[in-house]
Design a binder for this molecule. Sequence first.
Ligand code: IMP
Length: 224
Amino acid sequence: MTVTFVTTNPGKVNEAREYLAEPVEQLDFDTPEIQSADLGAIAAHKARAAYEHAGEPVFVDDAGLFVDAFDGFPGPYSSYVHDTVGVERVWRLTSEEDDRAASFRGVVAYCDGQEFEATPEPVDREDRRGRDLAADERGAATTDEQVRTDDGDGDALPVKLFYGVVPGEIVAPRGDGGFGYDPIFEYDDRTFAEMDPDEKNAVSHRGRALAKFADWLAERDTPE
Ligand code: IMP
């Protein structure tokens, strides 16, 4: 079965192909993004919109840098903060804190219009269109629980979520590789910008989420 990665970023598609046994095609479509403090909610909404647009099995991803001392900020707003405040100033802000721990968090969201059998990865079923999202819970669901609507009717298309997290520390910028916050994110004594792409992918949030997704998809494709 071919799966379609709905993203404007061909680099991410190449990375996904490294993990998935199934053929991956790119659909270059800019999915609408809701505002929420919850990465899973954002990705689930994107996955539904992508499925409605493509009409075939799709996945999308969403990621961000979460700084512990700032209760996870910039988190889901990482892209905006990157483009406005900039990496150097995020470092300077964090350098004033005693605790410089941070994590990259990412989620891969898959939708094929079908119901899913229960596995440890959560399923999002909430149609958030038109809702006030400010009250949504922050952070990744990590349990078997199914993320359900609290005020909707729960009949939105189910979206399977695969989370990946990599813990690290914010440091003064080092390295020329990578993108985004890579120069200020240190993992195992090196910043992501000091690693070559394969090294980074092997430990990154996106790599971890893709690995979980790949395992699940391979299992699901296996005939009984
Ligand atoms: P996206 O959801 O993958 O587009 O990521 C949102 C923002 O988070 C990007 O604009 C980057 O600033 C940041 N980001 C996500 N993943 C990474 C990464 O692997 N390295 C550095 N920055 C990242």
